[in-house]
Design a protein. Structure first.
Ligand SMILES: CCCCCCCC/C=C\C=C\CC(=O)SCCNC(=O)CCNC(=O)[C@H](O)C(C)(C)COP(=O)(O)OP(=O)(O)OC[C@H]1O[C@@H](n2cnc3c(N)ncnc32)[C@H](O)[C@@H]1OP(=O)(O)O
Length: 717
């Protein structure tokens, strides 16, 4: 766990060994504690080098241990103090990552030497925590308050070059870091004889004052204001500011006491648990499986080096950029010439001149590529035609994928020569930025095709989740009842402002109506027309607010008929200063429109609380999530949560919808749904699904045990 060797005659080389990231689990902490003591008392040893096994310094505390109320083994704070107090120089040799507790460990050393490719950082804020083992107190003393606060609040990875400039690293080298650290440690020994402890005092960060900061009060006030406006209800970023302020204003030991107190408020909090759950949910998608039994560890991906993107609207452009950035050579195809020229300019701008992209108005240009992503707009007839053509044009073995967000993958596959080579690759706008990729398999998609799309997702830096084929797949299928409830609430008396405020207070970056305005109301309108819910496909004589015997809100359709598509037309649920404008303002026209609509349909507006908004929108979405699990469309609640956190900006500190349901309590969610379904019996999405009932009947097991209840219960879609 921590290997001890004496090298070069007098240097104790301590190597942390806990693959894959050398996390500081109890046995490692024990090993570190013992080896530091040994180095201290070993008369042969004049200096110490600390390194990590296999090219990674240390990925921090072991997150898997965090559920444990009393962490076993020596505490990190104690180990780091022991190290800092050592009278022999200690040098951290940093290769790969030094993150979280790993960077705190390096800060407790007297010197830090990093490889040029090393990265350091404090990602704790992403786990609902802050650097609570001395990091919040030592880093500001080393690099100053503004730089330290930035690193701690953003959780970003700092590259070695920047770390050197900040003074976080003493040296950056390209050669063997451990060898360089050993040599360096011996020089320290020579320049500071005798090694009495005193010459090292300036390298003990706990002994140093924080570099002074002008206008400190104003600086922290401003920082706190910024954090409050961006944190969306997350507590950890606020605590980061409080802890760093402590470093700037208190002696080290007092700052450490404050740090301990603040960490105590976060450590077992619901937000920390939710954020840490998200860390593992993000990685769970990589271990995908299909109902056939095919799995991530038994299926090989095809090598992909060339790709074509068909259709260069907003999505197609973003996908082109994402593929090019992943190192693929991309052919971008758009049959409309003016759109092609505009797309070429936009893609070049986004790629800043980099990437290998060629452009063509002709589908024939896709003849030799390994993979195609079709990204034309949501019209089944057009997509079918394109898939048929691609099947004829492309070389045998080319993977044909579609970016459709709702349509049937199997129907598209059936237009091709090789349906097993067809999968969905559902990107989220903007496609070169949003992390989520839904990889959709139809009943005929081969495991190799799924493995290839998943592998490509990884290359693009996406969180990829394999899901089954149904209308809307996982994300959009669950979104439908959420949007539906929001519209019903408007009919019943709410305003877009009221609904959005409730959802933004919950932690979404924007409420449902602002989000709809941003993505374009016409997108859903087109889908509803395809589904025969509005437009010429509707059976004559149907009441406006009923479809297929269920309550239906035509509000979105009416808005589109008025030409109000959202931001792009300058008006939607809100008013914008111009088409393409971003700042939403309340629109008196809409208030009037809603009043007239209610009057026309005999609806009496009532007062609606934020709690009702949240419960109806979120419980309806969660209920559909349980149906998705029941139908086997998603393999696990973790996969659903990853989809919502990385594709729909569900607040990470709430852990995703299914985790949120488990935190609220399944019985309470069930009770809420029952209550609202009784009030709205014509809304099937509010009727609690049988999996939720069964889970509650089984005593509401924790989320990692749901699969046992799901297993016996899966419907065969
Ligand atoms: C009342 C108060 C009590 C207080 C007592 C508590 C005192 C606590 C004191 C200190 C707290 C310290 C805080 C921390 O250090 S928190 C951890 C901070 N570190 C991180 O957040 C880093 C997380 N890891 C990563 O970002 C990446 O893994 C990275 C290191 C960048 C490597 O990326 P990559 O190469 O892509 O590999 P993977 O992400 O796929 O990871 C490989 C597997 O390793 C698992 N993993 C990674 N990091 C950790 C970790 N820190 N702990 C446990 N497990 C970790 C990861 O899940 C992968 O596993 P699998 O393959 O099974 O999916």
């Amino acid at each position: 766990m921590a290997q001890y060797r004496v090298v070069s005659g007098s240097v104790a080389l301590i190597t942390i060994q806990n693959p894959p990231v050398n996390a500081l689990r109890a046995a490692v902490r024990e090993g570190l504690f013992n080896t530091i003591k040994r180095a201290s008392s070993d008369p042969q040893v004049r200096s110490v080098v600390l390194s990590g096994h296999n090219g990674t310094f240390c990925g921090g505390a072991d997150i898997k241990e965090f559920g444990n109320v009393s962490l076993p083994g020596p505490h990190l704070v104690e180990i780091f103090q022991l190290m800092e107090d050592l009278v022999k120089p200690v040098v951290a040799a940093i290769e790969g990552f030094a993150l979280g507790g790993g960077l705190e460990l390096a800060l407790a050393c007297h010197y830090r030497i990093g490889h040029s490719k090393a990265k350091v950082g404090f990602p704790e804020v992403n786990l609902g925590l802050f650097p609570g083992a001395g990091g919040s107190q030592r880093l500001p003393r080393l690099v100053g308050v503004p730089a330290a606060l930035d690193i701690i609040i953003t959780g970003r990875h700092v590259a070695a070059g920047e770390a050197l400039k900040l003074g976080l690293l003493d040296r950056v080298i390209d050669q063997n870091t451990v060898d360089a650290a050993v040599t360096f440690s011996k020089i320290q020994k020579c320049t500071s004889p005798p090694i009495s402890g005193k010459p090292l005092d300036n390298h003990r960060l706990g002994n140093r004052p924080c570099p002074p900061l002008e206008n400190m009060d104003a600086f922290f006030e401003e920082a706190m204001k910024r954090v409050h406006s961006r944190a969306r209800g997350a507590v950890a970023p606020i605590t980061c500011v409080q802890a760093v302020r402590g470093a700037a204003t208190l002696p080290f030991h007092k700052g450490m006491e404050l740090e301990k107190m603040l960490l105590g408020t976060l450590f077992n909090s619901a937000q920390a648990q939710a954020s840490q759950y998200c860390f593992f949910a993000e990685r769970a998608g990589a271990r995908w499986s299909m109902p056939s039994g095919a799995r991530w560890d038994t299926c090989k991906a095809k090598p992909i080096s060339t790709a074509a993107v068909i259709g260069l609207g907003t999505m197609g452009r973003g996908i082109t950029v994402a593929l090019a950035r992943a190192g693929l050579s991309v052919v971008a195809v758009e049959t409309q010439e003016h759109q092609l020229a505009e797309a070429q300019r936009a893609v070049s701008r986004m790629l800043k001149g980099g990437g290998r992209v060629s452009y063509s108005p002709d589908l024939q240009a896709a003849a030799e590529v390994d993979l195609v992503v079709e990204a034309v707009f949501e019209d089944m007839a057009i997509k079918e035609k394109i898939f048929k053509q691609l099947s004829e044009v492309c070389k045998p073995g080319t993977l044909l994928t579609t970016n459709t967000s709702t349509l049937d993958i199997d129907r598209l596959a059936s237009c091709t020569r090789d349906p097993q080579l067809v999968v969905g690759m559902h990107f989220f706008a903007p496609a070169h930025i949003m992390r989520l990729l839904e990889v959709v398999y139809g009943p005929r998609s081969s495991p190799e095709a799924v493995a290839t799309a998943m592998q490509l997702g990884k290359r693009m830096g996406k969180v990829s989740v394999a899901v089954g084929n149904c209308t809307g797949f996982v994300g959009n299928r669950m979104l439908k009842p959420y949007l539906e409830q929001a519209n019903f609430l408007l009919e019943e008396g709410a305003t877009p402002e009221l609904v959005d405020a409730a959802l933004e207070e919950f932690g979404f970056p924007m409420g449902v109506f602002k989000m709809s305005d941003l993505s374009g109301l016409d997108v859903g309108w087109r889908v509803r027309k395809e589904e025969g819910l509005t437009g010429p496909g509707v059976t004559a004589g149907q009441p406006m607010r009923i479809r297929h015997g269920r309550r239906y809100s035509p509000l979105g359709d009416l808005m589109c008929e008025e030409g109000r598509y959202g931001q792009k037309t300058g008006s939607g649920w809100y008013l914008y200063d111009k088409p393409g404008g971003r700042v939403a303002r309340s629109d008196p026209w809409l208030r009037n429109f809603l009043e007239q609509y209610r009057a026309r349909h005999g609806l009496v507006a009532r007062r609606i609380s934020q709690q009702e908004v949240l419960e109806r929108c979120l419980y309806a979405l969660i209920n559909e999530g349980f149906r998705v699990l029941e139908d086997g469309i998603a393999a696990s609640p973790q996969n659903i949560d990853a989809i919502y956190v990385f594709g729909y900006s569900w607040p990470k500190h709430r852990g995703g919808p299914m985790f949120y349901a488990s935190q609220v309590g399944l019985a309470r969610v069930l009770e809420g749904l029952n209550h609202y379904h009784q009030a709205h019996p014509d809304v099937p999405h509010l009727e609690p699904c049988s999996l939720l009932r069964r889970l509650v009947a089984s005593g509401s097991p924790p989320i990692n045990k749901w699969s046992e209840v799901v297993k016996g219960h899966r419907s065969q879609l």
